[in-house]
Design a protein around this ligand. Sequence first.
Ligand code: HEC
Length: 126
Amino acid sequence: MRLSIVAATVLPLAMAPQAASAGGDAEAGRRVAEQHCSRCHVVGDFNPMGGISSTPSFQLLVKRRPDYRDRFETFYVRRPHPAFLSIKGIGRPLEYIPANAAPIELPLEAVADILAFVETLKPKQK
Ligand code: HEC
């Protein structure tokens, strides 16, 4: 049991860096983020009063986390996301999610697209 959790977490992490390389489409990423991430995260100026208060806004992650690129490249294996979200062909099949969760399945390109989009949320250099 414990081993399978480790495998489900570590294997996708090992695959992620090369899979989600640079060159995403920021506009496509914005659409994915607004549709699928804004339920919990504040996403740029799309839903400034939205999100769930305990969930970090995308702009805060970009501003405060020097390693935000890693975090966005691997968000789908970082908690809590594996409970309700998967990338097609990577990680746990979605049948195992709890019945009350709203499942999301995204194509791998979406990861690079979201990363390209969050780059646009970087605070302007002073
Ligand atoms: C059901 C709510 C929910 C949805 C939907 C959701 N997230 Fe999250 N996300 C969270 C929470 C809660 C955290 C904070 C986890 C923590 O700090 O332990 C988080 C953290 C993150 C982090 C930081 C991870 C880290 O380890 O620092 C990234 C990046 C992220 N989310 C990306 C996304 C993206 C991209 C989407 C949409 C495709 C998304 N999230 C959709 C709830 C959600």
